[in-house]
Design a protein around this ligand. Structure first.
Ligand SMILES: Nc1ncnc2c1ncn2[C@@H]1O[C@H](COP(=O)(O)OP(=O)(O)OP(=O)(O)O)[C@@H](O)[C@H]1O
Ligand code: SF4
Ligand SMILES: [Mg+2]
Length: 322
């Protein structure tokens, strides 16, 4: 059994103009120990997928789907019931989290407040907290500092220690290196791998614009386009031999290591992603795809090709493989 199994998950945003179909039928799984990178252009639904598994709140709307973690079905549609799982079983470091640390509280107070919501007294866990701070190479003094006194890299490490303190089975890290300089990025990424290797967490989803970062740490990569999953494979497979035309563009347009594709338009791909209020019929990449043919008016299923567990949603790739 996989550690995490997501089946046909659909989560929309309710707006006055109608539902934004930001996550429209996602099915994938994560094995014990797997670090999976989640990639795709800005607005394709990466954060929506991450948030849906942890804290699904309005204007997000659960439409359908099942999420199973360690053989247990998570009630993701029920915010209250999910309190029992947040931090302890599944934890999210949201995009921009380090800037959301309460500026009026010292780091120690931020910790004790969060632990108190889980019925844990700060004084009971001080030795373990010290150990964790050492693990991410933070001095103990940070406990008596305000977030404003910390550098970006230090704040991000505080957030990492906070989110993993209760050893959640699954950690979702959303763009946690984007605001950091290159050497701090490297340190933070190394710590993520440490968390997995030391079994602080059992599996991880790393959301990022920076594929070169995934190359360093991810076992597998899942690519999204316009609210849909388009390809999943091992990091090697995705980077060396992408099957989906969109993944090919993504990889081919990869600039030099360290530059993020989200910051520039994809070269050689005419047009832009469809609006998710009224996504087009059939394959959502059809308008921009140089290989589109009649069959693409039907939606391609996201299915396994070959024994390695690789998955792709593209009629052309499926035909090539048949
Ligand atoms: N609160 C909201 N209300 C309405 N639509 C939203 C809301 N938040 C996100 N969306 C829409 O949902 C889609 C997916 O957004 P999401 O934030 O998941 O993308 P993303 O892949 O994480 O992008 P980025 O790389 O820029 O972080 C986008 O089209 C976005 O406009
Ligand atoms: S299904 Fe068709 S339109 Fe979509 S990516 Fe494949 S070939 Fe292109
Ligand atoms: Mg995002």
């Amino acid at each position: 059994m996989p550690l995490l199994e997501v089946q046909d998950l659909r989560v929309y945003y309710q707006t006055i103009r109608g539902d934004v179909k930001a996550l429209d039928g996602a099915s994938f799984s994560l094995a014990e120990g797997e670090i999976m990178g989640l990639a795709g252009e800005s607005g394709c639904g990466k954060s929506t997928l991450g948030r849906s598994l942890v804290l699904l709140k309005p204007p997000m709307k659960y439409v359908e789907g099942r999420v199973t973690l360690e053989d247990f079905s998570l009630p993701i549609w029920d915010r209250e019931k999910m309190n029992a799982f947040r931090f302890s079983k599944i934890s999210l470091i949201p995009q921009y989290a380090m800037n959301a640390l309460n500026p009026t509280r010292k780091v120690k107070k931020i910790f004790t407040d969060i632990l108190a919501t889980k019925g844990i007294k700060g004084s009971q866990v001080l030795p373990e907290l010290r150990r964790r701070l050492e693990m991410v190479e933070l001095p103990l003094d940070v406990l008596n500092m305000y977030p404003i006194e910390l550098s970006g890299g230090m704040k991000q490490r505080v957030v990492m220690v906070l989110s993993t303190f209760l050893n959640p089975s699954l950690l979702i890290a959303d763009e946690i290196t984007s605001a950091l300089d290159v050497s701090t990025q490297r340190a933070v990424v190394k710590m993520l791998v440490d968390f997995r290797d030391r079994r602080v967490v059992r599996a991880m989803i790393v959301i990022t614009h920076d594929i070169s970062l995934l190359y360093q740490i991810a076992d597998s990569i899942l690519v999204m386009y316009a609210g849909k999953l388009v390809e999943k494979g091992t990091t090697e497979e995705i980077l060396r031999a992408p099957k989906h035309p969109y993944t090919r563009f993504l990889i081919a347009s990869l600039p030099d290591i360290g530059v993020r594709y989200g910051e520039r338009k994809l070269e050689g791909v005419p047009g832009c992603p469809p609006l998710l209020l009224q996504p087009p019929r059939g394959c959502r990449f059809r308008e921009r795809c140089p290989h589109a043919f009649e069959k693409c008016l039907e939606e391609p299923p996201f299915v396994a090709i070959g024994p390695s567990g690789r998955q792709v949603a593209c009629w052309q790739a499926l035909e090539e493989h048949a």
